[in-house]
Design a binder for this molecule. Structure first.
Ligand code: TRP
Length: 334
């Protein structure tokens, strides 16, 4: 039997090339060797959102990008976290075996508390417990994540281990599977590519928008004039050629070093490369966006398949804990 993979991502709307190179691409390739479950974690998003007005649209646009990028509902279970309320039930049960001290030490908690001192909510503290519930509800063994999620995964293993110790073997201890692509830096050349820093290129952008965005990118700061030789190793844009212009990296390197091409030329080449590589994605996305209800149908199928697993695990958990069985579960009382 194939091992089970679970991963989740917050509904950030249309995805950018950082999301693609850092996560989505990896999700797609894991589909071949694992039994994969991918989830848009809208409840987790509530820990930092102050405005929920875009949630539906962001969830929809993100799923459309996932599907166009090659996540295949025939191979993987694709669903939205809030559609499986069992995860919140499991979160409560796991919270009883999670010492508060563990949670207060988590670096992302401390950072978020610093960033939103006016909104240090209870859910923010429990974030890693909900994440653990996500993973262990499906008894996933492998969790593809970025490096920033390692403390969360460590905690997930500790919570699973503690539950198993107290109530008997129930959950596998999930292992992180780090994405191999190095962190994608944004157009500002400093921060990680992210919606919140407005330094990103959307996968679904038009070729014109792509060129326009690439032109705003910060390059080698030592190259002030067109005739200054460049230093590809310090230029953020350069790294992207490896993926978007794989056959031309050497040529671009030497042309940059000898000032044979300037930054504007280099950016034009990059935008062309991005537009070529993403053309099939963009076409598929347009086709899927035109199919009425396609995303809704995928999500309906996903929640159906996920819930079968979720219900089974939760039943086992309650039994192991020793909760009194609900009488006559098939009977509906008025
Ligand atoms: N915390 C993850 C992030 O911010 C998202 C997430 C929620 C997740 N639940 C998960 C990732 C379960 C992997 C597995 O990126």
């Amino acid at each position: 039997m194939k091992k089970r993979v679970f991963s989740g991502a917050r509904p950030t709307g249309r995805q950018h090339i950082g999301n693609y190179l850092g996560a989505i691409q990896n999700y797609v390739s894991l589909q071949e060797d694992y039994d994969c479950i991918y989830c848009i974690v809208d409840i987790h998003a509530l820990t930092t959102l102050e405005d929920t007005g875009n949630l539906q649209e962001n969830t929809y646009e993100m799923m459309l990008d996932w599907l166009a990028a090659g996540l295949d509902p025939e191979k993987s279970i694709l669903f939205v976290q809030s559609h499986i309320p069992e995860v919140m039930e499991l979160h409560t049960l796991l919270s009883m075996v999670t010492p508060l001290g563990w949670l207060l030490r988590v670096p992302t908690f401390k950072e978020k508390a610093r960033m939103q001192p006016h909104n240090v909510n209870y859910g923010l503290v429990g974030y890693p417990v909900l994440m653990t519930a996500d993973i262990v509800l499906y008894k996933a063994e492998v969790v593809p994540v970025g490096e920033d999620q390692l403390p969360h995964l460590e905690l997930a293993r500790e919570i699973a281990r503690r539950f198993n110790f107290i109530f008997g073997d129930t959950f596998p201890e999930p292992q992180a599977k780090l994405t191999t692509f190095p962190l994608v830096i944004g157009l500002d050349g400093v921060l990680k590519m992210s919606k919140s820093y407005n330094n990103y290129i959307e996968l679904a952008a038009t070729p014109e928008e792509t060129l326009e965005r690439v032109m705003t990118a910060v390059t080698d700061p030592a190259r002030r004039y067109r005739t200054d030789p460049g230093h590809p190793e310090v230029c953020n844009i350069f790294r992207l050629h490896h993926y978007f212009n794989p056959g031309r990296v050497e040529e671009i390197t030497s042309q940059c070093r000898s000032a044979g091409i300037g930054c504007v030329d280099c950016k034009t080449l990059l935008a062309c490369g991005i537009n070529t590589v993403l053309a099939p994605f963009r076409e598929r996305r347009a086709v899927l966006a035109n199919k009425p209800n396609y995303v809704v149908e995928v999500l309906a199928e996903g929640v159906h398949r996920a819930q079968v697993i979720a219900k089974g695990t939760l039943e086992e958990v309650k039994e192991k804990i020793g909760l009194l069985k609900r009488p006559f579960p098939e009977k509906v009382y008025d």
